[in-house]
Design a protein around this ligand. Sequence first.
Ligand SMILES: [Zn+2]
Length: 313
Amino acid sequence: MSVLSKPYFHDEEAAFRYLESIVWTDGATCPHCGGVDRITKVKANPEKRIRVGLWRCGDCKKQFTVKVRTVFEHMRLPLHKALQAVYLMTSSKKGVSAHQLHRVLEITYKTAWFLSHRIRESMRSGDLAPMGGDGGIVEIDETFIGHDRTIKPKGDKKGRGFHHKYKVLSLVDRNTGRARSMVVDSLRAADLTPILQANIDYEAFVVTDEAGQYRFLDQHFAQHDFVSHGRGEYGRGQIHTNTIEGYFSIFKRGMKGVYQHCGKKHLHRYVSEFEFRYNNREANGFNDRDRSREALRGIVGKRLTYSSTGLEA
Ligand SMILES: [Zn+2]
């Protein structure tokens, strides 16, 4: 026996039962009218083209499956294969490429690519609560990745430095062990400060490196201190950015090693994926199975259309 021999990875009925147990914690609920009392299961019958996982609501007389109003709606791929993909993507520290899903699941590359974006969408956190509200330390740092071809090199500095790269800003709340990341267009203090104020409580103790854009953060937060990497300093007691640098190192190794090419249009989705795995990591009390269930809980109330992924373009 292995994890991969679980019935819901192979049998469509079992796959639906598994997903239903995660999404409908209080029993089957009609997504059309919210009814819960007169729901009956419709028996699957391939000859009459009655699908697996179908339910009927006695209140509004409509039929539905657990996939309605989730990122899996309109997905023609068998659900048990999608569950395999969720498990692979949530349990691999640096992610799984669409090419690998295409080979392992024996589905087309296009299906694999779109499926991986559905799963990324389910991993996207809606957590907007400010970090550091308990007066704890929030580390702030930025990293550069890829090559933004919309930015022209200045003067003769062709392609050197960070100017032409995508910029990702991340925060780590050291007390909760959770990270939050976003793709930003600029690292100027005037552009970053409002973003930081929206995501960090003013009671927080913020820690950064010596970069100029962070110089005046003490005006916006209870405390600010920084490490001078330029002077060879890596930290003084709790004043360090080692947590966030560790987070970035996994992100960058994954983006380079697994995903390789990523345009700006999709970068925020990959950023969410790494953030999800970090926030639901072993040290925060999640094993691979919990992490996979957490991603499946995240399918609800989200939609992903071909046009929103830009796949048609
Ligand atoms: Zn109904």
